[in-house]
Design a binder for this molecule. Structure first.
Ligand SMILES: [Zn+2]
Length: 317
């Protein structure tokens, strides 16, 4: 198994217990209403308990008393039970308690009879998600890859990502076969509905920079939606962000055997110039790039049969 990469623990969990009592009747969910018309923007942290940058970003909003000047701002810490299980000796284990919180987001699954720690929490915050016009879901990655915005395949996601102007890389991705993500819930996934959701991968889970990327992202989101004055956002915005680059996902490589391995230590966003380049082997079968300038998106560090090894993409205008 290829897991040679041992991340440094620079960005650590913070104490969020002070945010437990919200004003919504749901623990760790806060709502600030401007009293004026405007959208309801939801910023969600800790969909995965080990992705601590989201907690840092929400704390920055609380500590700076950020309030919307129109519409409503809703802040939620999702999988707090997983987050609270963080262990310095095994930090990845705090990703979830029973199952991936980010594969449960359909009314069929949420309305079913199955039980788990994550389903209980998802059922609690479902009304909050259903009520949101815009969602920014804060995530991070195991491998040290530059930040990526996953905008979905609909034009509305790309428009909002472009309005935010960060991060540099925006990936138009279809969802996961393994189950719908928070950002795919109901209206968010409907091309013609106005509700729009973005998922940002802010960098490596515990890298110092990742916290700063998450803080930039939440302020760019609120600025893009016109929920806060540009002057209020200005101190927290990224200085001179580079022009954005759009990547369209061409297809996933799904792992077939127990013996999948990459040819190199890919971290993501590598561009393979020539079509037909071998990027790995699945058992005896070589894995080839299907086109020139093929972008590797979020290669897995833990290949398992049936899972996605990597998604392949290409830069588009
Ligand atoms: Zn995540």
């Amino acid at each position: 198994m290829r897991d040679k990469y041992q991340p440094k623990l620079e960005l650590l969990p913070i104490d969020i217990r002070g945010y437990r009592a919200g004003n919504t009747g749901i623990d760790y969910v806060h709502r600030f209403s401007s009293g004026k018309p405007g959208p309801n923007a939801l910023i969600n942290a800790l969909t995965h308990g080990n992705e601590v940058c989201g907690a840092h970003a929400l704390a920055a909003l609380f500590e700076n008393d950020i309030r919307p000047n129109r519409g409503t701002l809703t802040l939620s810490f999702a999988n707090v039970d997983a987050y609270h299980s963080f262990d310095m000796d095994n930090p990845g284990a705090s990703r979830f308690v029973d199952e991936d919180f980010n594969r449960l987001w359909s009314d069929e699954i949420l309305g079913g009879t199955r039980q788990s720690s994550e389903l209980t929490r998802a059922r609690q915050i479902q009304p909050v998600v259903a009520d949101a016009d815009f969602l920014l879901d804060l995530h991070s990655m195991h491998l040290p890859c530059p930040a990526l915005m996953l905008s979905g395949t609909a034009a509305k996601g790309r428009r909002l990502a472009n309005a935010m102007a960060v991060p540099e890389y925006v990936v138009a991705d279809p969802g996961h076969a393994a189950g719908p993500r928070l950002r795919d819930y109901n209206a968010f996934a409907e091309t013609r509905a106005e509700q729009t959701a973005l998922l940002i991968e802010c960098g490596q889970h515990w890298a110092a920079d990742t916290g700063a990327v998450a803080v930039h992202a939440v302020f760019h989101f609120l600025d893009a939606l016109g929920l806060i004055e540009t002057e209020a956002a200005a101190p927290f915005l990224a200085a001179h962000p580079p022009a954005q680059q759009m990547i369209e996902v061409v297809g996933p490589i799904t792992i077939q055997t127990e013996a999948f391995r990459f040819s190199d230590d890919y971290n993501g966003l590598e561009v393979i110039p020539k079509a037909g380049t071998i990027i790995g082997h699945d058992g005896a079968q070589p894995v080839l790039t299907p086109h020139d300038d093929c972008v590797l998106i979020m290669p897995t560090h833990r290949p398992r049969p049936g899972q996605t090894a990597v998604r392949l993409g290409k830069f588009i205008d």
